[in-house]
Design a binder for this molecule. Structure first.
Ligand SMILES: N[C@@H](CCC(=O)N[C@@H](CS)C(=O)NCC(=O)O)C(=O)O
Length: 216
């Protein structure tokens, strides 16, 4: 299906879920526009009535594409995969596809929601330990799974949605100072993936809304 206009990504440079979508666009070679939604400024621009109309969950990303507005990064990635040419982000083989979804869900449902801004604001002073605990808990499950499923990438030797979820989650783990030494497979995959152009151009340090002191 030919796209009529460029998709618009409403996102935040440091949001791992926005980064997932940026990686998917980059892997597929899709040009898109970015509208920054600053999660901190003005008490959080995601909480405005204007943004709530785009995404009632008041989270980024929200993507305007082909006449519809989608939130939920995995839904966006799968829509892009189903409608755009380029490398497949979900493999054709049902077993490999299930493994990609398993890893993606583990991160997107089992780890990231427990350390997102809204949750940490409710936790208060203990937020660093809370975030570390739940990232560690997820990574302790992810490490043996990836040992089984990975080749060069998370599932075999093709880049997939699982890789798209992994790298931003490792970035979050580093931000929260999680000790990654106990996760050699996660570390290896992250290092390999960060060498790939699509992961580089979409990196939080390279975005239009990246503050000057965080630019690489
Ligand atoms: N399941 C959603 C999660 C979205 C989400 O948690 N977004 C975070 C940034 S990565 C957010 O907007 N947080 C704002 C807040 O917590 O107030 C997705 O995959 O898109």
């Amino acid at each position: 299906m030919a796209a009529q206009t460029k998709p618009v990504l409403h996102g935040y440079f440091r949001s791992s879920c926005s980064w997932r979508v940026r990686i998917a666009f980059a892997l597929k070679g899709i040009e898109f526009e970015q509208v920054p939604v600053n999660l901190i400024k003005d008490g959080g621009q995601q909480l405005t009535e204007q943004y709530k109309a785009l995404n009632p969950m008041q989270q980024v990303p929200a993507v305007e594409i082909d006449g519809i507005t989608l939130s939920q990064s995995l839904a966006v990635i799968q829509y892009i995969d189903e409608t755009r040419p380029g490398p497949r982000l979900l493999p054709g083989d049902p077993k490999a596809r299930a493994q990609v979804r398993m890893i993606s869900d583990l991160i997107a449902s089992g780890v990231q929601p427990l350390q997102n801004l809204y949750v940490l604001q409710k936790i208060g002073a203990e937020k660093l330990q809370w975030a570390q605990h739940f990232i560690d808990r997820g990574f302790q499950a992810l490490e043996p799974i990836l040992k089984q499923t990975s080749g060069k990438y998370c599932v075999g030797d093709e880049i997939s949605m699982a890789d798209i979820c992994l790298v931003p989650q490792v970035y979050n783990a580093e931000r929260f100072k999680v000790d990654l030494r106990q996760y050699p497979t996660i570390k290896r995959l992250n290092k390999t993936l960060l060498e790939i152009e699509a992961f580089k151009v979409s990196h939080p340090s390279q975005q239009p809304d990246t503050p000057a002191d965080l630019r690489a």
